[in-house]
Design a binder for this molecule. Structure first.
Ligand code: GTP
Ligand code: MG
Length: 137
């Protein structure tokens, strides 16, 4: 087994989808290792997304991610990173497969309901950004 990191983004929290999304995650076979309900300042969101600093949408992404509360979690499953990206669907929800979290709960490419790490290395970096060792089950 291995781990991935996720955030339920401000749009999905604001639209009341926390419960439904957590249910999809658990029914998808993922075990919750750590979880917190919090919000990100502009500065913290900017740090989290430094990998995207040079991309044209960086400013929008950072201000969106600090626009309201989020749920951050570390998840465990065999093949966690790849399987979780399948469960959430394509970045652009209009291209996300039916039944995926983004297909069901996201409205646009910038407000796309959920984050999933894109590699084992980034999963570890992102999980450690939010959780100290004693906060992980
Ligand atoms: P994450 O799981 O959130 O990392 O999404 P991703 O891996 O599917 O996409 P990527 O890492 O390439 O982009 C990170 C986030 O930036 C996306 O989830 C979107 O919210 C946002 N994003 C990506 N492309 C665009 C874009 O063209 N415009 C805007 N406004 N936001 C974008
Ligand atoms: Mg990404």
């Amino acid at each position: 087994t291995n781990r991935t990191f996720t955030m339920i983004k401000p749009d999905a929290v604001g639209n009341g989808h926390i419960g439904a999304i957590l249910n999809d995650i658990i029914q998808g076979g993922f075990k919750i290792i750590a979880m917190k309900y919090t919000s990100l300042s502009d500065e913290i969101a900017g740090q989290f997304y430094t990998v995207h600093k040079e991309r044209p949408f960086y400013g929008e992404l950072v201000s969106f991610m600090s626009s309201g509360p989020i749920v951050a979690a570390i998840l465990e499953k065999e093949n966690a990173v790849e399987d979780f990206r399948k469960l959430i669907g394509a970045t652009d929800p209009s291209k996300a497969e039916a039944g995926t979290i983004r297909n069901k709960y996201a409205k646009s490419i910038d407000a796309n309901a959920i984050h999933g790490s894109d590699s084992d290395e980034n999963a570890e970096i992102e999980g450690s950004f939010f959780f100290s060792a004693f906060e992980r089950f």
